[in-house]
Design a binder for this molecule. Structure first.
Ligand code: PMV
Length: 321
Protein backbone atom coordinates (compact mmCIF):
# COMPACT_ATOMS: atom_id res chain seq x y z
CA UNK A 1 0.00 0.00 0.00
CA UNK A 2 1.48 3.36 -0.96
CA UNK A 3 1.21 5.98 1.66
CA UNK A 4 2.69 9.43 2.11
CA UNK A 5 3.36 11.30 5.32
CA UNK A 6 4.07 15.01 5.82
CA UNK A 7 4.75 17.21 8.80
CA UNK A 8 3.72 20.86 9.20
CA UNK A 9 4.06 23.25 12.11
CA UNK A 10 1.40 25.52 13.59
CA UNK A 11 1.70 29.27 13.20
CA UNK A 12 0.66 32.01 15.60
CA UNK A 13 -0.49 35.34 14.27
CA UNK A 14 1.14 38.57 15.45
CA UNK A 15 -1.27 40.60 13.30
CA UNK A 16 -4.41 38.54 13.33
CA UNK A 17 -7.27 37.62 11.09
CA UNK A 18 -10.73 37.54 12.64
CA UNK A 19 -13.58 37.78 10.16
CA UNK A 20 -14.16 36.52 6.65
CA UNK A 21 -14.67 38.27 3.34
CA UNK A 22 -16.18 35.24 1.64
CA UNK A 23 -17.67 32.38 3.63
CA UNK A 24 -17.85 29.85 0.76
CA UNK A 25 -14.22 30.37 -0.20
CA UNK A 26 -13.26 30.78 3.48
CA UNK A 27 -11.37 33.99 2.65
CA UNK A 28 -10.06 36.22 5.44
CA UNK A 29 -11.25 39.82 5.42
CA UNK A 30 -7.76 41.11 6.20
CA UNK A 31 -4.04 40.47 5.85
CA UNK A 32 -2.14 38.77 8.65
CA UNK A 33 1.40 38.14 9.86
CA UNK A 34 2.49 35.06 11.77
CA UNK A 35 5.41 33.09 13.10
CA UNK A 36 5.73 29.38 12.47
CA UNK A 37 6.89 27.43 15.54
CA UNK A 38 9.19 24.44 15.61
CA UNK A 39 8.61 21.95 18.42
CA UNK A 40 4.88 21.54 17.80
CA UNK A 41 3.67 19.72 14.70
CA UNK A 42 0.92 17.84 12.92
CA UNK A 43 2.00 14.67 11.16
CA UNK A 44 -0.44 13.49 8.50
CA UNK A 45 -0.40 10.20 6.62
CA UNK A 46 -2.60 9.56 3.59
CA UNK A 47 -3.38 6.47 1.54
CA UNK A 48 -6.13 5.29 -0.77
CA UNK A 49 -9.23 3.97 0.95
CA UNK A 50 -9.72 0.55 -0.63
CA UNK A 51 -12.63 -0.54 1.56
CA UNK A 52 -15.27 2.20 1.07
CA UNK A 53 -16.19 5.09 -1.19
CA UNK A 54 -15.64 7.88 1.28
CA UNK A 55 -12.82 9.86 2.81
CA UNK A 56 -12.02 8.90 6.38
CA UNK A 57 -10.21 11.19 8.81
CA UNK A 58 -8.58 10.09 12.03
CA UNK A 59 -7.15 12.68 14.44
CA UNK A 60 -4.90 11.29 17.18
CA UNK A 61 -6.28 7.80 16.46
CA UNK A 62 -9.97 8.72 16.70
CA UNK A 63 -12.22 8.79 13.66
CA UNK A 64 -13.87 12.17 13.04
CA UNK A 65 -17.56 11.92 12.16
CA UNK A 66 -17.76 15.43 10.69
CA UNK A 67 -15.14 15.83 8.00
CA UNK A 68 -16.82 18.77 6.23
CA UNK A 69 -13.87 21.06 7.05
CA UNK A 70 -11.42 19.13 4.86
CA UNK A 71 -13.75 18.24 1.97
CA UNK A 72 -13.39 21.58 0.06
CA UNK A 73 -9.59 21.26 0.22
CA UNK A 74 -9.72 17.66 -1.04
CA UNK A 75 -12.13 18.61 -3.84
CA UNK A 76 -9.83 21.43 -4.93
CA UNK A 77 -6.80 19.14 -4.93
CA UNK A 78 -8.57 16.30 -6.74
CA UNK A 79 -9.41 18.65 -9.63
CA UNK A 80 -5.68 19.25 -10.06
CA UNK A 81 -4.56 15.63 -9.54
CA UNK A 82 -7.51 14.35 -11.61
CA UNK A 83 -7.85 11.55 -9.10
CA UNK A 84 -11.18 10.35 -7.77
CA UNK A 85 -9.57 8.34 -5.00
CA UNK A 86 -11.11 8.28 -1.60
CA UNK A 87 -8.49 8.63 1.09
CA UNK A 88 -7.74 7.48 4.58
CA UNK A 89 -6.15 10.43 6.40
CA UNK A 90 -4.46 9.88 9.73
CA UNK A 91 -3.29 13.01 11.50
CA UNK A 92 -1.45 13.19 14.81
CA UNK A 93 -0.76 16.38 16.77
CA UNK A 94 1.98 16.41 19.39
CA UNK A 95 0.07 19.14 21.27
CA UNK A 96 -3.54 19.73 22.49
CA UNK A 97 -6.03 19.82 19.62
CA UNK A 98 -8.66 22.53 19.10
CA UNK A 99 -7.89 24.69 22.10
CA UNK A 100 -6.59 27.78 20.33
CA UNK A 101 -3.28 26.18 19.35
CA UNK A 102 -3.71 26.32 15.59
CA UNK A 103 -4.00 22.56 15.14
CA UNK A 104 -6.25 23.08 12.11
CA UNK A 105 -3.56 25.19 10.39
CA UNK A 106 -0.80 22.61 10.80
CA UNK A 107 -3.23 19.75 10.14
CA UNK A 108 -4.43 21.16 6.82
CA UNK A 109 -0.95 22.30 5.72
CA UNK A 110 0.43 18.81 6.39
CA UNK A 111 -2.49 17.25 4.49
CA UNK A 112 -1.94 19.48 1.44
CA UNK A 113 1.81 18.75 1.54
CA UNK A 114 1.23 15.00 1.79
CA UNK A 115 -1.34 15.11 -1.04
CA UNK A 116 0.97 17.00 -3.39
CA UNK A 117 3.74 14.44 -2.87
CA UNK A 118 1.42 11.43 -2.97
CA UNK A 119 0.05 12.38 -6.40
CA UNK A 120 3.30 13.97 -7.57
CA UNK A 121 1.50 17.10 -8.78
CA UNK A 122 3.95 19.96 -8.05
CA UNK A 123 1.44 22.61 -7.09
CA UNK A 124 1.93 26.31 -7.68
CA UNK A 125 2.23 28.21 -4.40
CA UNK A 126 -1.09 29.93 -5.15
CA UNK A 127 -2.79 26.51 -5.41
CA UNK A 128 -1.28 25.39 -2.11
CA UNK A 129 -2.55 28.60 -0.51
CA UNK A 130 -6.03 28.05 -1.96
CA UNK A 131 -6.18 24.39 -0.94
CA UNK A 132 -5.11 25.27 2.60
CA UNK A 133 -7.42 28.28 2.89
CA UNK A 134 -10.49 26.24 1.96
CA UNK A 135 -9.83 24.19 5.10
CA UNK A 136 -8.63 26.90 7.48
CA UNK A 137 -8.10 30.61 6.91
CA UNK A 138 -4.83 30.62 8.84
CA UNK A 139 -3.44 27.39 7.33
CA UNK A 140 -1.72 28.98 4.27
CA UNK A 141 0.70 30.69 6.67
CA UNK A 142 1.92 27.26 7.83
CA UNK A 143 3.18 26.61 4.29
CA UNK A 144 6.25 28.69 5.08
CA UNK A 145 8.68 28.84 7.96
CA UNK A 146 9.85 31.92 9.84
CA UNK A 147 7.89 35.18 9.82
CA UNK A 148 5.10 35.04 7.23
CA UNK A 149 2.84 37.64 5.61
CA UNK A 150 -0.47 36.60 4.03
CA UNK A 151 -1.45 39.58 1.91
CA UNK A 152 -5.13 40.00 1.08
CA UNK A 153 -4.25 42.74 -1.44
CA UNK A 154 -2.21 40.26 -3.48
CA UNK A 155 -4.65 37.35 -3.72
CA UNK A 156 -3.55 36.10 -0.27
CA UNK A 157 -0.01 35.58 -1.47
CA UNK A 158 2.07 34.17 1.35
CA UNK A 159 5.65 35.35 1.62
CA UNK A 160 8.42 34.96 4.10
CA UNK A 161 9.50 38.22 5.77
CA UNK A 162 12.40 36.61 7.66
CA UNK A 163 13.54 32.99 7.75
CA UNK A 164 13.64 30.93 10.93
CA UNK A 165 17.35 31.55 11.56
CA UNK A 166 17.26 35.26 10.67
CA UNK A 167 15.79 36.23 14.02
CA UNK A 168 15.83 33.26 16.39
CA UNK A 169 13.28 34.25 19.01
CA UNK A 170 11.77 31.74 21.44
CA UNK A 171 8.06 31.03 21.76
CA UNK A 172 6.72 29.82 25.11
CA UNK A 173 3.24 28.40 24.78
CA UNK A 174 1.53 28.60 28.15
CA UNK A 175 -1.27 26.03 28.33
CA UNK A 176 -4.01 27.51 30.49
CA UNK A 177 -6.53 24.76 29.66
CA UNK A 178 -6.63 21.66 27.45
CA UNK A 179 -10.40 21.78 26.96
CA UNK A 180 -11.72 22.20 23.41
CA UNK A 181 -13.03 25.67 22.70
CA UNK A 182 -16.76 26.21 23.11
CA UNK A 183 -17.16 28.50 20.10
CA UNK A 184 -15.19 27.55 17.00
CA UNK A 185 -13.29 30.38 15.33
CA UNK A 186 -15.48 29.92 12.26
CA UNK A 187 -18.67 30.56 14.26
CA UNK A 188 -17.07 33.27 16.36
CA UNK A 189 -15.82 35.22 13.34
CA UNK A 190 -19.28 35.26 11.79
CA UNK A 191 -20.86 36.48 15.03
CA UNK A 192 -18.25 39.27 15.23
CA UNK A 193 -18.62 40.26 11.58
CA UNK A 194 -22.37 40.59 11.95
CA UNK A 195 -22.60 42.16 15.39
CA UNK A 196 -19.43 43.73 16.78
CA UNK A 197 -19.77 47.48 17.02
CA UNK A 198 -16.04 47.91 16.34
CA UNK A 199 -15.71 45.40 13.48
CA UNK A 200 -15.32 48.13 10.84
CA UNK A 201 -12.59 49.80 12.86
CA UNK A 202 -10.86 46.39 13.12
CA UNK A 203 -10.93 46.13 9.31
CA UNK A 204 -9.78 49.73 8.80
CA UNK A 205 -6.79 49.45 11.11
CA UNK A 206 -5.45 46.20 9.62
CA UNK A 207 -3.09 47.69 7.04
CA UNK A 208 -1.63 50.07 9.61
CA UNK A 209 -0.84 47.15 11.93
CA UNK A 210 0.60 45.14 9.04
CA UNK A 211 2.92 48.00 8.09
CA UNK A 212 4.07 48.47 11.68
CA UNK A 213 4.76 44.76 12.14
CA UNK A 214 6.60 44.50 8.80
CA UNK A 215 8.84 47.37 9.82
CA UNK A 216 9.50 45.85 13.26
CA UNK A 217 10.33 42.42 11.83
CA UNK A 218 12.60 43.79 9.09
CA UNK A 219 14.44 45.87 11.72
CA UNK A 220 14.37 42.93 14.19
CA UNK A 221 13.07 45.44 16.71
CA UNK A 222 11.45 43.46 19.55
CA UNK A 223 10.04 46.54 21.28
CA UNK A 224 8.25 47.70 18.11
CA UNK A 225 6.97 44.18 17.51
CA UNK A 226 5.73 43.99 21.11
CA UNK A 227 3.73 47.21 20.71
CA UNK A 228 1.94 46.22 17.53
CA UNK A 229 1.41 42.54 18.48
CA UNK A 230 -0.15 43.27 21.86
CA UNK A 231 -2.23 46.17 20.49
CA UNK A 232 -3.52 43.96 17.67
CA UNK A 233 -4.25 41.05 20.01
CA UNK A 234 -6.14 43.21 22.51
CA UNK A 235 -8.17 44.79 19.72
CA UNK A 236 -9.18 41.37 18.36
CA UNK A 237 -10.32 40.30 21.84
CA UNK A 238 -12.27 43.57 22.11
CA UNK A 239 -13.98 42.78 18.77
CA UNK A 240 -14.92 39.38 20.22
CA UNK A 241 -16.14 40.93 23.48
CA UNK A 242 -18.26 43.57 21.74
CA UNK A 243 -19.99 40.88 19.66
CA UNK A 244 -23.46 39.74 20.47
CA UNK A 245 -23.43 37.26 22.13
CA UNK A 246 -20.16 38.39 23.63
CA UNK A 247 -17.27 35.99 22.97
CA UNK A 248 -14.62 35.62 25.67
CA UNK A 249 -11.76 33.15 25.27
CA UNK A 250 -9.55 34.57 28.01
CA UNK A 251 -9.74 33.04 31.48
CA UNK A 252 -8.31 34.09 34.85
CA UNK A 253 -5.22 32.00 34.08
CA UNK A 254 -4.81 33.87 30.77
CA UNK A 255 -5.03 37.21 32.59
CA UNK A 256 -2.54 36.19 35.28
CA UNK A 257 -0.04 35.19 32.57
CA UNK A 258 -0.39 38.60 30.95
CA UNK A 259 0.24 40.28 34.33
CA UNK A 260 3.44 38.22 34.70
CA UNK A 261 4.56 39.22 31.19
CA UNK A 262 4.16 42.84 32.25
CA UNK A 263 6.05 42.23 35.54
CA UNK A 264 8.89 40.46 33.73
CA UNK A 265 9.17 43.38 31.34
CA UNK A 266 9.64 45.76 34.26
CA UNK A 267 12.52 43.53 35.38
CA UNK A 268 14.20 44.14 31.99
CA UNK A 269 13.27 40.98 30.07
CA UNK A 270 12.41 41.32 26.38
CA UNK A 271 9.13 39.58 25.79
CA UNK A 272 5.59 40.04 24.55
CA UNK A 273 2.40 37.98 24.33
CA UNK A 274 -0.36 37.06 21.99
CA UNK A 275 -3.64 35.16 22.55
CA UNK A 276 -5.85 33.51 19.93
CA UNK A 277 -9.29 31.87 20.03
CA UNK A 278 -8.59 30.09 23.28
CA UNK A 279 -7.14 30.74 26.74
CA UNK A 280 -3.51 29.87 25.94
CA UNK A 281 -0.90 32.62 26.08
CA UNK A 282 1.96 32.57 23.60
CA UNK A 283 4.99 34.45 24.88
CA UNK A 284 7.56 35.51 22.30
CA UNK A 285 10.91 36.40 23.83
CA UNK A 286 14.60 36.78 23.54
CA UNK A 287 16.02 33.25 24.15
CA UNK A 288 18.26 34.56 26.95
CA UNK A 289 15.11 35.23 29.03
CA UNK A 290 13.25 31.95 28.37
CA UNK A 291 14.23 30.11 31.55
CA UNK A 292 13.51 33.06 33.83
CA UNK A 293 10.11 33.55 32.16
CA UNK A 294 9.16 29.88 32.46
CA UNK A 295 10.12 29.78 36.14
CA UNK A 296 8.09 32.91 36.93
CA UNK A 297 4.99 31.78 35.02
CA UNK A 298 5.04 28.36 36.71
CA UNK A 299 5.55 29.97 40.13
CA UNK A 300 2.93 32.71 39.83
CA UNK A 301 0.13 31.26 37.68
CA UNK A 302 -1.99 28.11 37.31
CA UNK A 303 -0.63 27.34 33.84
CA UNK A 304 -0.70 23.55 33.30
CA UNK A 305 2.33 23.28 31.06
CA UNK A 306 4.67 25.42 29.01
CA UNK A 307 5.75 24.24 25.56
CA UNK A 308 9.15 25.69 24.68
CA UNK A 309 9.53 26.31 20.95
CA UNK A 310 11.64 28.29 18.56
CA UNK A 311 10.79 29.68 15.15
CA UNK A 312 10.01 26.77 12.81
CA UNK A 313 10.43 25.83 9.17
CA UNK A 314 8.16 24.92 6.29
CA UNK A 315 6.27 21.60 5.89
CA UNK A 316 8.15 18.52 4.73
CA UNK A 317 7.43 15.04 3.48
CA UNK A 318 8.81 12.30 5.70
CA UNK A 319 9.55 8.73 4.73
CA UNK A 320 7.57 6.41 6.90
CA UNK A 321 6.07 3.00 6.31
O1 PMV B 1 -7.95 29.69 10.57
P1 PMV B 1 -8.79 29.60 11.75
O2 PMV B 1 -10.19 29.37 11.45
O3 PMV B 1 -8.25 28.60 12.73
O4 PMV B 1 -8.76 31.04 12.50
C1 PMV B 1 -7.64 31.57 13.12
C2 PMV B 1 -8.00 32.75 13.93
C3 PMV B 1 -6.98 33.26 14.92
O5 PMV B 1 -6.12 32.22 15.34
C4 PMV B 1 -7.72 33.78 16.14
C5 PMV B 1 -6.16 34.42 14.36
C6 PMV B 1 -5.15 34.07 13.31
O6 PMV B 1 -4.92 34.90 12.42
O7 PMV B 1 -4.52 32.98 13.40
Amino acid sequence: MTQTTAIAHPNFALVKYWGKKDIDQNMPAMSSISITVDSMHSKTKIYKNLSSKQHRLFINGEEEQDISKIIPSLQYLSKISKSNDFLVIKSENNFPTSSGLASSASGIASLVTAYEAHYDIELKMSDRVKACMLGSGSAPRSLLGGFVLMDQNRSYRCSQILGKSDWPLDVLICIASTESKKISSREGMEISRKTSTIYNHWLDINQEHINEALEAIREKNILKLERVTEKNCELMHEVMKTSSPSIVYKTDVTRSCVTEVENLRVLGHKLFYTIDAGPQVKIICDPSSSNAIKEKIIEKTDVIEIIHAGIGGSPRVVNEN
